[in-house]
Write a protein that binds this ligand. Structure first.
Ligand code: NAD
Length: 306
């Protein structure tokens, strides 16, 4: 019987821990962690995501404000807002919601966020630190994938982790995170991408398969084998006339053909998604703790099955 790795309960435990630490930080140092989100344009998925982040921040006692700018915003105007937020002491973290409209250069905007406020971990300094094994802010989705596996009792030590996708947001930083010689990592990592010749030949060798390809059904039943644990990072909106919204969310894995063949799988929605938000709260707390030299760590892993 396949095990379904729900992200909700794990994310809730992390968010509760963050909420407790936020109170401690306020009581002991008079500091309330703050997160500024910049949303440019009206991408519906981004708007939903930012709203979910706002709600989660408020529940954890984190100050949050969204700077919603029109789709016509120029590069200069956006950089000015980033510069202002870099200097705004109320905000310890700045999140630029991606994707940006096509006329804006994502890399330039990401590079403009001060590394000490880069709670998404996408700035080249934070990415470089991760590559060197000296992580500061680990990108939220890769950190969420790692925590999800560890909370459900799956050690990564010595495991063959196959990652499908090499983006700067998910695939690459996840590979860097899991190959670190550190507790909760130390895996043998293979990264597959659009240039991979025999994808199924590689995915069948995985102890743990993480799929972040941005395409539904990238992985199907014949591409996996029984002992594998599958983490589906993908979030795709596919048209669905039976749904009131006209679409449904699906991952990058064909759940129906893969789930019966593997040991465990994370669902979409409800798997990695909640973990990403929980790790964003944690990174914001961490940024605030840094400003006063307070320690900051994730909650201890549960003993046995959560
Ligand atoms: P991306 O489009 O930037 O990158 C996709 C990567 O997958 C590319 O590197 C490409 O080489 C690779 N790829 C595509 N098709 C492939 C194939 N058939 N075989 C092998 N490799 C293939 O996407 P991204 O930003 O990394 O996001 C990936 C998915 O994860 C998307 O569905 C996105 O919506 C989702 N996502 C979810 C969360 C979350 O919180 N759950 C966060 C970020 C992204």
């Amino acid at each position: 019987m396949v095990r379904i790795l729900q992200g909700g309960p794990v994310a809730e435990a992390i968010r509760t821990h963050v909420g407790r630490k936020v109170k401690q930080l306020q009581q002991q140092h008079g500091v309330t962690p703050g997160l500024a989100a910049i949303l440019v344009g009206d991408n519906p998925a981004s708007s939903v995501y930012v709203r979910n982040k706002e709600r989660a921040c408020r529940q954890a006692g984190i100050l949050t404000e969204t700077f919603h700018m029109p789709a016509s915003t120029s590069q200069g105007e956006l950089l000015q807002v980033v510069a202002r937020l870099n200097d705004d002491l109320r905000f310890h973290g700045i999140l630029v919601q991606l994707p940006l409209p096509p006329h804006l250069e994502e890399a330039t905007v990401i590079n403009a966020v001060h590394p000490s406020k880069d709670i998404d971990g996408l700035h080249p300094i934070n990415m470089g630190r991760l590559a060197k094994g000296e992580p500061a802010f680990v990108p939220c989705t890769p950190a969420g994938v790692q925590q999800l596996l560890l909370w459900y009792g799956y050690s990564l030590e010595g495991k063959h982790v196959v990652i499908c996708g090499r983006s700067n947001i998910v695939g690459k930083p996840l590979a860097l995170l899991l190959l670190q010689k550190a507790p909760g990592a130390n895996a043998t990592v293979t990264v597959c991408h659009t240039g991979t010749v025999d994808l199924a030949g590689v995915t069948r060798q995985a102890d743990i398969l993480v799929v972040a390809a941005g395409r539904p059904n990238t992985i199907t039943g014949e591409m996996v084998q029984e002992p594998t644990v599958v983490i589906d990072v993908g979030i795709n909106r596919v048209p669905d006339t039976a749904s009131e919204r006209g679409y449904r969310l699906t991952g990058d894995v064909d759940f129906d053909s893969v789930a019966p063949k593997v040991q465990a799988i994370s669902p979409v929605p409800g798997g990695v998604g909640p973990m990403t938000i929980a790790m964003l709260l944690f990174n914001t707390l961490k940024a605030a703790c840094h400003t006063v030299g307070a320690p900051c760590s994730l909650p201890p892993l549960p003993k046995g099955d959560p």
